[in-house]
Ligand binder design. Sequence first.
Ligand code: C2E
Ligand code: MG
Ligand code: MG
Length: 578
Amino acid sequence: MPEKSTILIVDDELVSRYTVEVLLATEGYTLMFAENGKEALEKAAELIPDLMLLDVMMPGMDGFEVCQHLRANPRLAELPIVMVTALDDRDSRLRGIEAGADDFMSKPFDRAELRARIRTITRLNRYRRLVETDEKLVYLANYDTLTGLPNRNLLLERLRQTLGRAHRTHQKVAVLALDLDNFKMINDSLSHEVGDKVLCEIAQRLTQLVSEMGVTVARLSGDEFVVMFDTNNIVKDVSEMAPRLLDNISRPMTIDNHEMVVTASIGISVYPSDSEEASLLLKNADTAMSRAKAAGKNTYQFFTAKMNKVALERLILENRLRKVLANNELCLYYQPQVELSSGKIIGMEALVRWQHPDLGLVSPLKFVPVAEEMGLIIPIGEWVLRTACQQNKDWQRAGFPPLRVSVNVSSRQFQPNNYLLETIKNALTDSELNPIYLELELTESVLMAEENNQPNSIFELLTELQAMGVQIAIDDFGTGYSSLSYLKRFPVNTLKIDRSFIKDIDTNSDDAAIATAIIAMAHSLRLSVVAEGVETSEQLAFLQEQQCEIVQGFFFSRPISVKDMTQMLLQVDKQPLC
Ligand code: C2E
Ligand code: MG
Ligand code: MG
């Protein structure tokens, strides 16, 4: 059922209004009335009628004036107006046309004529609206409303057409998937309005850059754009186009007084070599784009079939990882930390392993980053904390001299709402381990992320942990920001020098200088130092000379299972390690 048309009848004479009402009574319109020009304008603005029947002769504001006012109002400029004049009043009709009337009728009304005219006008009006809505829908279905660029829908349609043409003409088609590198930061730190303006600016730059070449530029979603074109010289065109796009995007821009530089990463797939199917070409370009991001951003990367294999492996890994706790597939290995002055084991680092039914022992380097991205590191981290505390207590109960266990804590676990403090307290309470035998290893990034969390939240957390007796160690020291001010500000007990400096410590003078400086700095701040990754006696000798007090590495032992560790504890009890 089409909606009822609304007709606004404007006439100062009650009889005339009543006549129209009677004549149109059976036609199914919604009839509204106004007695003078002022009321007519008010009601028109409020109701937006489908048609106005407007008497010319009215006291005060006459019909011509009403008509002029309506035409000057953008919302009502298109309202169909039928002017009611005296019979054969030619002058009035001419003035009416000038004022913007669409049609004329004369009083007294002819019943049949009135009905027919009004029916025609309302039908035309309805039809026009339908067409408009339809056009709007078509527009919305194919274009991005923010930038006005084609959206995914239209891109896919054009891509399919282009592929069809390329197939016939033996041309190639390039699909460049482009994603802004730092967009989330702009959105978060400035505002979504600024973010929107940045997207519009990028859209404009892209369109300007490729306007003369018959290239499609589309916006898929958020900060993802696609540039697509066919060519018979793919290598030349793409290797010219990609750097030009990157250069143009990274030109400084000023939005709402914020000067900024935005960069992008581009992934490229090519028809027919990477796929003959539109959506797969898009997907492959997207995979290559992720690679370009991983390769350092502000760069471009061609798709290779190998990338698909990597993506698939990752998917399988993610699925398996989801069930890792339920399937009881994790275990902890322990690596001893040796005090150089006594040759005794004074602690050990707990290192998680995944006993994969098909792949065997999977290194944390492979699955911890994936678990971090998936958020799974939170339950996994909790499991590690609980297991390490429990195991340490078990060794103490078995009569071994008490040792400290170091547990790696991911920066994700430090984010607010992840209840790290509660988790640690529970692990300690449930295992009955004295907190002084627990050390947490965190990376510098945790301290640096403080500004993004609630201010002081990390500081307070670490202070509370330290007050409980828990030790805090900075892991992989030297690879991050390595700022002295962080070390001074945060409650920290231990620095662990990253393995990369130890590796060539006895042969590379830079590494030796860095390690020496870190040890001296730690000592001046009264922090203890652990050297990681010690594999040779030469490295050990160097560290001994620098008065590094604790070392950890394959030289003494690889990370080993609970059973092997128990064996080792039994032995060192009798004989020091160095
Ligand atoms: P990390 O905390 O720096 O751990 C030290 C890594 O160095 C361990 O690798 C250890 O096996 C290795 N390593 C120790 N001594 C030597 C040596 O002499 N030579 C060489 N080449 N390597 C040595 P692993 O066990 O593969 O762990 C890798 C990383 O995974 C760890 O680095 C840590 O960042 C992370 N990780 C391990 N377990 C956990 C965990 O329970 N939770 C979290 N969040 N991360 C963990
Ligand atoms: Mg560690
Ligand atoms: Mg480390």
